[in-house]
Design a protein around this ligand. Sequence first.
Ligand code: BEZ
Ligand code: FE
Length: 322
Amino acid sequence: MPDGQADLRRNTTEDDITESVLRRFAGTSDPRLRQIMLSLIKHLHAFVKDVALTEAEWFKAIEILTDAGKMCSDKRQEFILFSDALGVSMVVDLLDHRKPDGATESTVFGPFHRLGAPELPPGGNMAHRDTEGVPTLVSGRVVDMAGKPIAGALLDVWQTQTNGLYDAQDENPDDLHMRGKFRTDSEGRYLIRTVRPVHYPIPSDGPVGQMLKATGGHPYRPAHIHFVVSAEGCEPVTTHIFDRDDPYLASDAVFAVKDSLICDFVQHGEPDATARDLGVTGPYLTASFDFRLAPATTELGTVIDAAARLAALGRQEKRTAC
Ligand code: BEZ
Ligand code: FE
């Protein structure tokens, strides 16, 4: 008699069913896949039993996942949003990107990175179409664990416009804006012209927004600028810098704030020589942040890292040298 039929006869209680399913998957030959499947089955069954899930609730869950799938496109990834809003992305990030003490901490990648951001010179303005925001100069150094400057490090930078939208969410979604790639000079220094980042809601017109509303949450992320910083021989870091004055620091919708990433955005009335040279004519802000990179533990560089993540969004991987 096939094993499956033998299993069926014994399935008299919910725990029998769990045991039967575990036995069925225990033959998976790939050891890592076996570990993941068995743990998933155990936890999923335990969850269903714990809350005594009704059939109506189970159907509702299927409906929510179906709606999430229908919302996904190359510009919207509702499943990543679920992962972010449930804190799973940050747990995975912590487990998979452990860094030595003192290295710049990583945080959530988010769904709005795009390939093809322009390479800009030091001080290049990545907010050239944003006329509302307060001009802001972000500068600092990229160093190794011994504090030695890293020349030629690449900073892939992106943020929302002052209206709180990423370029892909706005009127001309195909035009790149608020993005740039910057390289460090011989002293490891970088300089970016942008506008002050603002807090903004994660997309909340879909199932994730409904979940936040139904559970009394809010969709806001504190003001931040995204970075992927990489250099030859170093572990790339995917991170943000956050504005210390932001009211949502303690309640980020995606749980991504780390103390070490909070930064002062300092106001100035009159442009100094550097700001004037970059075309700043009135009040502006400066923020200073140093990135400390750990030695590489894998052969994969940042661009591959970013591209691998983007591949999960269904986009084409593009291998370019960093
Ligand atoms: C972001 O910061 O771009 C982001 C991160 C997670 C979810 C949505 C947006
Ligand atoms: Fe963001």
